[in-house]
Every structure is written in structure tokens, then in C-alpha cells.
Design a binder for this molecule. Structure first.
Ligand code: UD2
Ligand code: MN
Length: 579
């Protein structure tokens, strides 16, 4: 593969003359020493007597999992709902308010529970090359995390990771201010093998916090986890095996949902989903496309994914450094996952999900801390990696264009140095499923009415994952993109393409209201509108025109199909932004 060869061909500073040569020799010597040390340690671990340790010994976890009584709360990942009243109920509600996770319940569930097996049965037949797999440092950054979710993460890593493969667990405290994370945490962790605690001296945000951990890591592979996870039996081997086979592969486990309120484990044995994004640069999940299924050699082969959710992945430490680790100009939360995904692909690596590696993650009810920096982070990703396609993003988030995003010169230099491919290549090769909007000048933005001044097409999807089914309304034009962003395509569709999958305005037979349906490959008649020179919007199937009408006793107005007249209420025009 191009990327692999390229990054192998030019190890750090090889062409920088004698000094570099010496440095290289020193590096090789160090690497050699590293591998000797590793072999020794492994041999040491295996020497438990005169006879060789049976192979299964290699799989022994760092810590055995203590027995959990059958009737313990949520012992097997089932949903728990406590019947509470009075003070107890108040405490539970308070914990949810504080963490956006039901920590009152989490505190009552074992830190060592056994999750149900939900992986493909074929995973059990996989053989791993225990003698040759790289070791890993698990890096977990945390900010003000609750005690039980954090500790459960740590125990689950120690109780599911083979001792021979786990170098260490590095916890990075991103300048938390909660009392339980101070002395008490340090004391608790001091009693655990292989666990190290690093504290940031100011709030760094997850990118720099993870990098603090990475720079202290001694393992061959960095495995990042969030601080509210639960690893499954056998989660680690598939990740390390894949990186052993292909060092430029960045590999994600399947992320199983743990319910924030009941702690039910909602793993799915079926085919995992892969990552994408929409043109607001919001991460999205997708079913595996047919082209990828054909590429896979079996249902338990790795699945290539255009993007990653961000929190859970393994990467060779060497390759991570070669790729430029993370963009340290990113603050707090957000955007780094897409930035890293684009970078991996464009600079010659691959991003994959391994269906046999499962890790549970508690998705909180809503964000537990401010994420206002996410926008600037996304802009940095767009500026460095998306070339002219960043305009499609700005059209849909006009305010992003105004966001101060700092200096990205170094990141652009990195891109040049690594000779990374362009975004067009990424879209065509890695993510061909994503519809690339045309955004023809004068045909995208707010769709405004002439008669009902200041009223624009507006669509509020039922939820982030399902955009179809609701009626299109008219609302005061706000110029913020998002729900008022529409694109009129050369296929005569009015596309609502801020979200994925994309919606197209349509009209059901015999009806006069405009409703959102999924767009189709070839535009069906009911989704065809002709925007004429005079501004009238003609619906081809019904032969009627779209008219703005005020709704009685409501702030809303609606677009409806009516016989065509010359009324100003039937005249429409696109506007990119407010004056
Ligand atoms: C998802 C990712 C998360 C990250 C984020 C985008 C998963 C399961 N989670 O959101 O890892 O990629 O998208 O940025 O894919 N943290 C700090 N300092 C901070 C903020 C967060 O250390 O200033 C820690 C936090 O305690 C946690 C991790 O970073 O361990 C990720 O944060 P999150 O869990 O709030 O993000 P999440 O899961 O909503
Ligand atoms: Mn998380």
C-alpha cells in the first residue's frame, strides 16, 4: 500500500546527514534494547516452574475478576431501575444532574460485573499470535468523572487484558476539581498493578490530556479509552493482532452502548456500524456499505471506516507520532475525531473497526460540561484537511466562518511533509456514499418568500438520527444555516442536506403539504420542483405552485401547494446569509 511503504521508507529525519544517522543508530540500539527487555519480561512472566506455561497462561488477565453474586444489581448487564422515594430519590436525581449519568445507581452496581457476550460466535475461533503481539499502554484521560464509572473502567481493563500484553494503564487527570479524585483516587490506584496516574497542571482538554498520557507511555501501541467504559473479554487481542499485521492501521473496537440511566448493556451481536459525518461536520453512524462487505474476507474481518467516534481506538505509538499525534491547538472536546480520521486516510493509513473487539461506553443524557470549543476545533479540521470542500461546511454553518480558530500553519506543514492526499480523494475513495452537494451560487441557503417577508423554509427533524416524516414549515429567517439550510440541485430537488442521510422536500399524492422524505438516487416525480426565472416554485407532479400562507393564531407559517397565480406569496429566492 502507498501509505505503508511511504511511511516506512522515510523514518524520522533519515536524510538529515550524520547527526541524524547517529540519532538513528541510537534509536535502533534503543529499540533493540526495548525488544530485549520485552522478551525478558515476557519470558519471566512465563517461567512459573520447570515446565513451560500452557498457552492459555498467556491469556491470563492482569487481575482475576472477583466473583460477583448472582443477585447483585446489574451483575450481567441487565437494566436496573431502583424503586426510590424521598431522600434517596433526591440523591439519585442530583447525581444525574451533576454527571448526566445515573451515578447513584452506578455506585450500587459491582465494579467487576460480567457483561453478556454479544459478539459474533466466529470471534471465538480466532487465533492470536500471543508470542509476537505488541504490548499496549491504555491511556484514559478524565475530567471530573464520577468514582464508580472511572474505577469500573480501570478494573475492567485489568480484568480483561492479558498480563503479557498490557504494559500499563495511564490515567490522566485533566485538572479535575472534585474531592474524590484527589488523595482518595491516588490511594486507591496505588493498590492496583500497572496503573499510573498523571495529573495535568491546568485544564488541557481531552486532546492534550491524552497526549500527556501518550508521551509517558512505554507500550508499543497506544490504546485510548474514555473514562466510563467497560471492556469485554477478549477486547484487546483483535486490536493488537491487527496492528501487528499492519502497523499503519488504526483500529477501533465496536462501541456498545451502556444506558446512562439503567446501566443496561445494549451490545449488538450483529454487524457493527461504521463512522461517517454530515456537512455540519457532525459524526454519524452508518451501516456497512456493500462495497466494504465485498472487500471483507469474513464477517469477523476488520471493517474499514471513513471516520471514528473518537474515544476508543488503538494505534501504534510509532505510527501515531509519524502521523503528527493530535492537533494540540484543539481545546476541551470535539472535532479531533474527524480531524484524526481525515489525517489517517489522507496520509496513507487505514481506519478500521474490529467486529471482535467490544467495549461498552456510557453515553451521558447530555453533555456534562461546556463544549463551546468544539466549533473552533471543527474549523481547524476543515481548514487543514478539507480543501475547497470546507466551503460546503461553511455554507451550512455561516457562524463557523467567523470563529477564531488560531494558527494552523504547523498542521498544514505537516500535511505537506507527509505528502497527504487531498480531500477529493478521500471523498471519492474512502467515503463515496456521502453525497457531495453542488452548492451552485444563488441556489443554496435560506429559501425565502417574497410576499411573506422574512419567512424562510424551516425543517425540524424528529431527531438527529431520523430526519424524515415531518412537515416543512416557514419561520422567521435567521441566517444560521442548520434547519433553514436548503440546496436546490440541478436534479430539481430541494435538498435538506445538513444531516445524514439527506432529506428531499416532497409532496404525497393528493396532499398539499410539503413533507420531508429521504432523497433517492434518481429524483422521483414527487420530489421535483422547478424554480422558475420569476421565482415561482413549480411542483412537477401536481402541476401546482408552492405558496406561503400564514397559520391562524401561530407564529409559524407554512408552504402549501396551490394553483399557480402571480402572487408574491408564490415567489421564492435563495439567500446565502442575512444582510
Ligand atoms: C465522543 C468520544 C470522545 C471524544 C469526543 C469528541 C466516544 C465513545 N467518545 O464524545 O472520546 O472523541 O466524542 O471530542 O467515542 N475529557 C478530558 N478533558 C476535557 C474533556 C473531556 O480529559 O476537557 C475526557 C473525558 O473525561 C472522557 C474523554 O475525555 O474520558 C472524552 O470525553 P467525553 O466522554 O465527554 O466525550 P463523548 O463520549 O461524549
Ligand atoms: Mn465518553
Amino acid at each position: 500500500m502507498w501509505g505503508r511503504a511511504a511511511w516506512r521508507r522515510c523514518p524520522r529525519g533519515l536524510r538529515r546527514g550524520r547527526g541524524a544517522l547517529l540519532a538513528l543508530l541510537a534509536l535502533l540500539a534503543l529499540a533493540g534494547l526495548g525488544s530485549v527487555l520485552r522478551t525478558r519480561r515476557r519470558a519471566g512472566a512465563a517461567e512459573t516452574g520447570l515446565r513451560r506455561t500452557p498457552r492459555s497462561g498467556r491469556r491470563d488477565p492482569v487481575l482475576p475478576r472477583p466473583p460477583v453474586s448472582e443477585d447483585a444489581l446489574g451483575a450481567h448487564g441487565e437494566a436496573v431501575r431502583l424503586e426510590l422515594q424521598g431522600e434517596e430519590l433526591r440523591l439519585q436525581e442530583e447525581s444525574v444532574r451533576l454527571h448526566q449519568i445515573n451515578i447513584y445507581l452506578s455506585d450500587r452496581i459491582s465494579l467487576h460485573r460480567r457483561l453478556p457476550e454479544r459478539w459474533n460466535p466466529l470471534c471465538k475461533e480466532k487465533k492470536y499470535d500471543y508470542d509476537h503481539l505488541p504490548t499496549t499502554s491504555v491511556v484514559i484521560a478524565f475530567y471530573n468523572e464520577a468514582w464508580s464509572t472511572l474505577l469500573r473502567t480501570v478494573y475492567s481493563v485489568l480484568e480483561t487484558s492479558p498480563d503479557t500484553l498490557l504494559e500499563e494503564v495511564i490515567l490522566v487527570d485533566d485538572y479535575s476539581d472534585r474531592e474524590h479524585l484527589k488523595e482518595r483516587l491516588a490511594t486507591e490506584l496505588a493498590g492496583l498493578p500497572k496503573v499510573r496516574l498523571i495529573r495535568a497542571s491546568k485544564r488541557e482538554g481531552l486532546v492534550r490530556a491524552r497526549l500527556l498520557g501518550a508521551s509517558a507511555a512505554k507500550g508499543d501501541v497506544l490504546t485510548f479509552l474514555d473514562c466510563h467504559c467497560e471492556c469485554h473479554e477478549g477486547w484487546l487481542e483483535p486490536l493488537l493482532q491487527r496492528i501487528h499485521e499492519k502497523e499503519s492501521a488504526v483500529v477501533c473496537p465496536v462501541i456498545d452502548v451502556i444506558d446512562w440511566n439503567t446501566f443496561e448493556y445494549l451490545g449488538n451481536p450483529g454487524e457493527p456500524q461504521i463512522g461517517g459525518f454530515d456537512w455540519r461536520l457532525v459524526f454519524t453512524w452508518h451501516v456497512v456499505p456493500k462495497r466494504e462487505r465485498i472487500h471483507m474476507r469474513s464477517p469477523v474481518d476488520v471493517i474499514r471506516s471513513p471516520t471514528m467516534a473518537g474515544g476508543l481506538f488503538a494505534v501504534s505509538k510509532r505510527y501515531f507520532e509519524y502521523l503528527g499525534s493530535y492537533d494540540t491547538g484543539m481545546e476541551v472536546w470535539g472535532g479531533e475525531n474527524l480531524e484524526f480520521s481525515f489525517r489517517i486516510w489522507q496520509c496513507g493509513g487505514t481506519l478500521e473497526t474490529h467486529p471482535c473487539s467490544h467495549v461498552g461506553h456510557v453515553f451521558p443524557r447530555q453533555a456534562p460540561y461546556s463544549r463551546s470549543k468544539a466549533l473552533a476545533n471543527s474549523v481547524r479540521a476543515a481548514e487543514v484537511w478539507m480543501d475547497e470542500f470546507k466551503e460546503l461546511y461553511y455554507h451550512r454553518n455561516p457562524h463557523a466562518r467567523l470563529e477564531p480558530f488560531g494558527d494552523v500553519t504547523e498542521r498544514k506543514q505537516l500535511r505537506a511533509k507527509l505528502q497527504c492526499k487531498d480531500f477529493k480523494w478521500f471523498l471519492e475513495t474512502v467515503y463515496p456514499e456521502l453525497h457531495v452537494p453542488e452548492d451552485r451560487p444563488g441556489f443554496f441557503g435560506m429559501l425565502q418568500n417574497k410576499g411573506l417577508k422574512d419567512y424562510c423554509f424551516d425543517y425540524n427533524p424528529p431527531n438527529e438520527h431520523q430526519i424524515t416524516g415531518h412537515q416543512v414549515i416557514l419561520y422567521h429567517c435567521h441566517g444560521m444555516g442548520q434547519n433553514q439550510f436548503f440546496e436546490y440541485t440541478s436534479q430539481n430537488e430541494i435538498r435538506y442536506n445538513t444531516h445524514q442521510p439527506e432529506g428531499c422536500v416532497s409532496v404525497e399524492a393528493g396532499s398539499d403539504v410539503l413533507i420531508m422524505h429521504l432523497c433517492e438516487e434518481a429524483t422521483p416525480e414527487d420530489q421535483k420542483f422547478i424554480l422558475q426565472e420569476d421565482g415561482s416554485l413549480f411542483h412537477v407532479q401536481s402541476k401546482k405552485c408552492v405558496q406561503a400562507e400564514r397559520k391562524e393564531l401561530s407564529d409559524n407559517s407554512v408552504p402549501l401547494l396551490r394553483d399557480c397565480t402571480n402572487s408574491e406569496h408564490q415567489k421564492w429566492f435563495f439567500k446565502e446569509r442575512m444582510d
